[in-house]
Ligand binder design. Structure first.
Ligand code: GLN
Length: 197
């Protein structure tokens, strides 16, 4: 196999370590990314789960907002889970007034959408393009996708709501595969990254 891709995990806040482990299990070289110089050295990026309002604030504070937007615009593969999905939304509902997103997927995401009814739950999710049966979806105060534009592809739904979306090199899930020990979604992303290199 060719050289493993180098995939960063945005390490401003959130469940960074779990993603580093899942990416390594999916045969990528994984490293934390906090600064623009570190971002410049990776082939792709994962934006973890956590708290999107804090992540947005820290991205501004660390001078990462524009470098991140720039790389996403330039086609860098990115995968966002939960708060990471929120960061990749072109439009956000129920965010804080000063909350910034990077954009990347033509979708409208509603923050804490599942959270109001059900703080946290797990469900089996059929994921288009992933073989071997449904993946376990861990939802923690999770967002859902209210609508997607024509160039975005819905990969999974739960209870009538879109919970996984891909647009070109950008992937987002409402749930947290990094918490399950099942690395198939990370392997799917690593394949996306290899195809883009
Ligand atoms: N509710 C969180 C937010 O708004 C996301 C939760 C998560 O990432 N598990 O950012």
């Amino acid at each position: 196999m060719s050289n493993p891709p180098v995939i960063g995990v945005l390490a401003l806040q959130g469940d960074v370590r779990e993603h580093l482990i899942a990416l390594a299990a999916a045969d990528a070289v994984a490293r934390p990314v906090r600064r623009p110089e570190e971002l410049a050295e990776v082939d792709a990026l994962v934006i973890p789960g956590g708290e999107s309002t804090t992540m947005s604030k820290l991205a501004v504070l660390f001078g990462m907002l524009e470098p991140l937007r720039e790389r996403v615009r330039a086609g860098m593969p990115v995968y966002g889970t939960c708060a990471g999905m929120i960061m990749l939304a072109d439009k956000l509902l129920d965010g804080r007034d000063d909350q910034e997103t990077l954009g990347g997927i033509d979708m409208i995401v509603r923050r804490n959408a599942f959270g109001r009814q059900n703080e946290s739950f797990e469900a089996k999710i059929d994921f288009a393009g992933i073989a071997g049966g449904p993946v376990e979806g861990v939802f923690i105060r999770a967002p859902w996708v209210e609508s997607v534009g024509a160039s975005a592809e819905v990969l999974a739904t739960y209870d009538g709501h879109t919970v996984a979306v891909r647009q070109g090199n950008v992937l987002a899930t409402s749930f947290h595969p990094e918490l399950t020990g099942d690395d198939r979604v990370h392997a799917y992303f690593v394949d996306m990254v290899r195809a883009a290199l």
